[in-house]
Design a protein around this ligand. Sequence first.
Ligand code: AMP
Ligand code: MG
Length: 331
Amino acid sequence: MNMYTLGIETSCDETSCAILKDYQVLSNVTLSSLKEHKKYGGIIPEIATRAHLNNIDKVLVAASKEAGISLKKLDLIAVTHKPGLGGALVVGLNFAKALSLALKKPFIGVNHLHAHLFAPFLNYPKRLKFPFLGVVISGGHTEMYRVDDFDRIKILGQTRDDACGETFDKIAKAYNLGYPGGPIIDKLFKEEYKNDFKFKCGKIGLDLSFSGIKTALIYKKKEIEKKNLFNADIKRRLVSSFQYVALETIIRTILEAKSKFKMKRIVCGGGVIANKYLRRRLESEEKKGIKVFLAPFEYSGDNAAIVAGLGFYLYNIKGKKSTIKLEAQAN
Ligand code: AMP
Ligand code: MG
């Protein structure tokens, strides 16, 4: 008997619903409120929360239609209950609880950061083997884990201040490049400019720090502007040097952890994993005995398919259950 799992994700700016048949994705519908945040150059929680409220029912209907599965056929509802923006999480969690009551189907709360660690295995469950080194690089988080099982996930290192994606976004804002900054800087990046400026990215053991390099880029811009030399070419050289150092520092930290904990598998997810240079570099680390799994583009940012995926495993294999009392846990 196949099992149909509905996933619901509303932790930040994406309202997302997905339906999985066992571990196969039948639909994954995501509506982002990103455009509404554009003029502020960062996510405004109030706007994100209202967008979830306005859209979640439509996104659910679209996911059900695309999958060709009516809500009555669902066996399980998996929902992100942590971490994220408080109000945003509450919308998805309450919606899941109401559906669970109305349909008389179980629901399970999922940590969506953990869900990102299984993104490369959606549709390909046979590729999944424990233990592995898990990395989440996103707009709100930059974390590294030792993953021994679906429910045995231990944090090894994280950013001490800004997240990596957030740093891309803040630098792009300061440089008037647009929002979100990650994909824009990714496009502007030219490897030949990587050493044009000698920026440094903070690393303390397996922890990282991005606030220093962010400030350095803002000050460098001011310094060059004073000399009337700031133009599109310099801008490109600056952001290329930034991207190179930031991503190479992350890669170095991942490799250090891999050796320290003798890991043979590296699994990466989160929005920043869409970065072309980062993907190429990480893939180049795959050699004899070392496997690298990267979240495919469609599952790299926040989305409900990954939430349904981990929920399916936690419920079926680990026998986990959630009660109606489950609370949303913000950052
Ligand atoms: P998430 O928080 O997982 O939804 O991902 C959103 C974050 O990923 C934002 O901070 C984006 O700027 C960042 N991002 C998306 N695409 C890229 C890219 N190609 N390169 C670097 N960062 C990216
Ligand atoms: Mg997002």
